[in-house]
Design a protein around this ligand. Sequence first.
Ligand code: HEM
Length: 120
Amino acid sequence: ADGDAADGEKDFKKCKSCHAITDPDGEDIVKGGKTGPNLWGVIGRQAGTEPEFEGKYGDSLVAAGEAGLVWTEELLTEYSHDPKAFLADYLDDDKAKSKMTFKLKDSEDVAAYLATFGDG
Ligand code: HEM
């Protein structure tokens, strides 16, 4: 992917109101809000499956994961541009809903940054 992880670290400031990056030992790499799931290891993870966030995900995101959506840098970038439109497209369902309403136009750097945490 084409993202720059160092720039992505700065851009992640826009995400941390709702997302923390917490490693498997429980250590906060980035302290963040709990409105959204922990994004440690998100690249390579099936969508809608962060264990601590189970039960809080929206149905559409869970359905996308069950249909085979696994986050790559490219897909995470597309999702962040417009989560609802992404899910509608992925599920081929105009009524798809997203609990994440935030949109970030240029998010490939954030995707590259997130790829540095976890085994994905
Ligand atoms: C879900 C990334 C900003 C709230 C997600 C997911 C990703 C993501 C990849 C899916 C995670 C998974 O499948 O486990 C980002 C990035 C952001 C950002 C890169 C910044 C560019 C925000 C903000 C909010 C937010 C600012 C709150 C206002 C949520 C919520 C979900 C979510 C509630 C669950 C969505 C659902 O279940 O439909 N985010 N996010 N995010 N995010 Fe964000």
